[in-house]
Every structure is written in C-alpha cells, then in structure tokens.
Design a protein around this ligand. Structure first.
Ligand SMILES: Cc1cc2nc3c(=O)[nH]c(=O)nc-3n(C[C@H](O)[C@H](O)[C@H](O)COP(=O)(O)O)c2cc1C
Length: 181
C-alpha cells in the first residue's frame, strides 16, 4: 500500500473509531528480529513533553510485552473492517507459538523511523519510540476498575511512544469509513 506521511493526529477520529471496535494492531519485534502483531483495544494519544505521544497498555503475560522489553519501539496499525478475521487471530493467538503474519496472510513492511516494521495492509501506521514506561499501580486505581479488569492481577504496563512518523494510504478515510458510526 502506497502510504504518504501525515501529521500525527490528522486521522485521529478514524483511528479512535477503529480502536473502539478492535481494529488496531500493535506490532512489536524481539531481539531476534521477528515481528509480532497483537490486537489492542486500549490506547490514548496527545501531547506530552512537547511531543506527540501515543500510550499503549500491555499486560505482562503477553508475548508482545517481552518484545517491548527487548526492542523499545512499536508501530500501531489501523486496519480496515475487512481484516476482521486477522484482527481476531491477532487478539486470540500468541506469537509465542504462532507466526501471526503467516497465519493471517498480512505482511510486515519497513518503517521509516523505527526498526520495528509496520503492517503493509494497514490504512494508517504510527511509528513510535518508547520514551517512558509506567506501571498501573493497584492501590492508585479505583477499586471497581481493579475488580472489573484485574481479577487475576496481570496489571498493564503503560508504554509511552513518541510518534516519530505517521503514514496513511491516500484513501485512508474512505477505507476506514466502515468503522465510523
Ligand atoms: C479487541 C481486543 C483488544 C485487546 N486489547 C488489548 C490491549 O490493549 N492490551 C493487551 O495487553 N491485550 C489486549 N488484548 C489481548 C491480546 O490481543 C491477546 O492476548 C493476544 O493473543 C496476545 O498476543 P501475544 O501473546 O502475541 O502478544 C486484546 C484482545 C482483543 C480481542
């Protein structure tokens, strides 16, 4: 897909629409150079330290967590609704025992500013370098959120990524219209 550079939050409405319906794939890579896509449903974005920052929340039990510990970069890839089967696979299988690129037929493609690849078939890709991490701290969290989301612990780590580059397909808005309600 012939993607062009855009400003970090130019297509944020489309990105948030996809996020709330499970259409985002986080791509990470270990020291072995193998990329791994994982479906994410939690992400925020804004400006911190004068930089465009995207925060993703990853549980320690995820294979992706160990990849982020090895290579402190990630890409966030906004998929079109047609990729619902791939999104389901990336949100239920683990890269520990499955090559999810091979399983889904998606392909990694070189990013411009980070070593972790983006996903060729994505309509939008955000390239991020981790500039800060923070743990979700149970005593600091509202008790009803602890009981609703963390019955087995496995408290997320928040990875703050500086968006170094963002690229989108020329017709990304049209491609993603299916996520907008
Ligand atoms: C819609 C959806 C959203 C998800 N969001 C997240 C998320 O934000 N953070 C997270 O740690 N896991 C999330 N998951 C779970 C992971 O995608 C899932 O456990 C995946 O199989 C982990 O892959 P990995 O072991 O290759 O990293 C989500 C799953 C789905 C289906």
């Amino acid at each position: 897909m012939n993607k062009q550079p855009i400003q970090p939050f130019d297509l944020w409405r489309e990105t948030m629409a996809a996020l709330t319906q499970g259409g985002l794939l986080l791509c990470t890579m270990g020291a072995d150079g193998k990329p791994n896509p994982m479906t994410i449903g939690w992400m925020t974005g804004g400006v911190i330290w004068g930089k465009p920052i995207i925060e993703v929340l990853v549980r320690p039990s995820r294979y992706s967590f160990s990849r982020l510990e090895q290579v402190a970069e990630f890409t966030v890839n906004v998929m079109t609704p047609e990729f619902v089967d791939a999104i389901q696979i990336c949100g239920s299988m683990s890269g520990r025992d499955t090559d999810k690129f091979a399983e889904t037929g998606m392909t990694p493609a070189p990013a411009q500013q980070v070593t972790v690849p983006l996903i060729e078939q994505a309509a939008i890709s955000y390239e991020c370098r981790v500039v800060h991490t923070n743990e979700v701290i149970p005593p600091h969290l509202a008790p009803e959120i602890v009981s609703a989301f963390y019955p087995q612990g496995d408290f997320h780590r928040v990875f703050f990524g500086e968006a170094l580059a963002v690229c989108a397909a020329p017709d990304a808005q049209a491609q993603l219209a299916g996520w907008l309600r």
